[in-house]
Design a protein around this ligand. Structure first.
Ligand SMILES: [Zn+2]
Length: 379
């Protein structure tokens, strides 16, 4: 076996690909492996898989796993094929995904490292810029999330974690049965719940089935409905949407001014009454377990006697989901799960140190606490 055959076998290359030559530069500390295919080599069309001859080629380079302590690179003139049916396309090479400058094995190693050490440390370890490491991690996390199936999710807990400087927040929606983060997003207001509901639906889940979180959303939506109707006769309600959907402590300065101008606390507007009923509902989740049922009964009585149809509808709907909502309080298991997730998230934050953007933090949270199926295997 000569060195070309040795590397060909070690790379697991299949025809028509072969190793044509290798160069090792000891002083530069790098191994370069050149791949090629024989004249007339045939490749499957990347669209329809019909066998096609090469039409032209582009010289491409990929960084591969180190060769002992030396960096290793693959080079190949990569063909485009002209398929009679599909036109001209670049063929897929089996050792890398399209448009990546790294091989699949290199990327798999980066992902494995990123699970257990900070991305900046991974970048230093593999001697690449950290933005390239982030790009790899983001690609695989996004791809795994895109095909995640949330159709069996029924119990969701909501938690928040402070991001940079403790001022920005990331909201976490946790599957309490599978004990994993389903959805993470910057912010902690009503809009994050709506974003979660949309994301859950996009992954085959049913927001209606998710009682704790959707109950909140149900009441929020009812308040918004009341405001939209009442605004027709009360122009002072214009531009106040988020005043009613957020909690007082989360209002921006401008929303806070609106809150004061509307004199929300003393207002006789229906929207203000609906809002008070919403705040009271949220207080349910601060009750000790033994009070929860009585609290919910009292709230239900108030809500169904407020003479605001949208709120009465929401209250009746919550009554139908009552068992699921009260399950939230049983045995304190839920809080334990959230605490477990929270310690994973703290670890994720440490690993995302210098994470450049909240999106990167969210990516690492998914990587560590999302139990994703990261399909990063050479085909
Ligand atoms: Zn084709």
């Amino acid at each position: 076996m000569n060195e070309n055959e040795l590397f060909q076998a070690a790379l697991g290359l299949l025809p028509p690909w072969l190793v044509s030559r290798c160069t090792f530069d000891e002083s530069a500390g790098r191994l370069d492996i050149h791949l090629d295919f024989p004249r007339g080599g045939v490749f499957p069309c990347p669209v329809c898989a019909a066998p096609c001859k090469a039409y032209d080629t582009d010289p491409l380079t990929w960084r591969h796993l180190n060769f002992f302590q030396h960096q290793a690179f693959l080079h190949a003139r990569t063909p485009r094929v002209e398929c009679a049916r599909c036109g001209i396309h670049r063929v897929a090479v089996p050792w890398a995904r399209p448009d990546s400058g790294f091989t699949l094995l290199f990327e798999a190693m980066v992902l494995m490292l990123a699970k257990s050490m900070p991305v900046l440390a991974v970048a230093r370890f593999v001697n690449e810029h950290d933005t390239l490491v982030w790009r790899i991690v983001t690609h695989y996390v996004d791809a795994a999330r895109a095909k995640a199936d949330h159709s069996s999710v029924t119990q969701v807990g909501l938690d928040e974690t402070a991001a940079r400087r403790g001022q920005d927040y990331v909201s976490l929606f946790v599957d309490l049965e599978q004990r994993k983060v389903l959805f993470a997003t910057p912010g902690k207001d009503a809009a994050t719940v709506a974003a979660f509901a949309a994301d859950l639906q996009a992954h085959g889940g049913d927001p209606e089935a998710v009682t704790e979180v959707s109950a909140d959303k149900l009441v929020n939506d009812a308040v918004d409905k009341v405001r939209r109707l009442e605004r027709l006769d009360h122009p002072e309600l214009a531009g106040s949407r988020y005043v009613w959907l957020k909690n007082p402590e989360n209002l921006t300065a401008k929303q806070g001014e609106k809150f004061d101008t509307l004199d929300v606390v003393h207002s006789h507007l229906k929207t203000a009454r609906a809002y008070q009923i919403r705040l009271a509902f949220q207080d349910l989740f601060n009750q000790p377990a033994e009070n929860a049922k009585a609290f919910l009964d009292k709230w239900y009585f108030w809500a169904t006697h407020c003479r605001i149809p949208a709120i009465i509808d929401a209250a009746k709907s919550i009554r139908r989901h009552q068992d699921g909502i009260l399950r939230w309080f049983t045995s304190g298991i839920n809080n334990g799960i959230l605490e477990g997730i929270n310690s994973l998230v703290q670890a994720a934050k440490a690993k995302a140190r210098g994470y450049r953007s909240e999106r990167n933090l969210v990516t690492i949270i998914y990587l560590i606490a999302g139990k994703l199926d990261l399909a990063c295997q050479p085909t």
